[in-house]
Design a protein around this ligand. Structure first.
Ligand code: SF4
Ligand code: SF4
Length: 111
């Protein structure tokens, strides 16, 4: 298990990593210096954050061990996050389908 950390000397505070983190373990402002930090005990090492960083400043911290109960809680949070994302996508797809249907009806009514 490798937790990740942000190199604050390179971070441009774009917020992408915070938006994609499924455990909400990347925080902003919590240091009081307007920086992004990873709260290590919430990191499940999913690796989603590193590829979205435009300046490649998210790196592994080998050797950090998250207590099993914290890891379980973080994984549960990630599971709930994934469920919420899935629901949001289904809701969005339903809205798009309804909108397209209305547009089609409008076209046929006007024809
Ligand atoms: S590796 Fe996953 S859980 Fe850890 S900070 Fe990045 S996105 Fe969040
Ligand atoms: S994605 Fe990279 S640059 Fe953007 S806030 Fe996160 S660590 Fe900083």
């Amino acid at each position: 298990m490798a937790v990740v950390a942000i190199d604050l000397s390179k971070c441009i505070n774009c917020g992408w990593c915070r938006r994609v983190c499924p455990t909400e373990t990347i925080k902003y402002f919590s240091t009081g210096h307007r920086t992004h930090i990873v709260e290590p005990d919430g990191c499940i090492d999913c690796g989603i954050c590193a590829p979205v960083c435009p300046v490649d400043c998210i790196e592994a911290v080998p050797g950090y061990t998250v207590a099993p109960e914290l890891l379980t809680a973080a994984r549960e949070k990630a599971k709930q996050h994934a469920g919420a994302q899935r629901k949001m996508k289904l809701d969005r797809d339903a809205v798009i389908a309804r909108t397209l249907e209305k547009l089609r009806e409008g076209v046929h009514a006007g024809a």
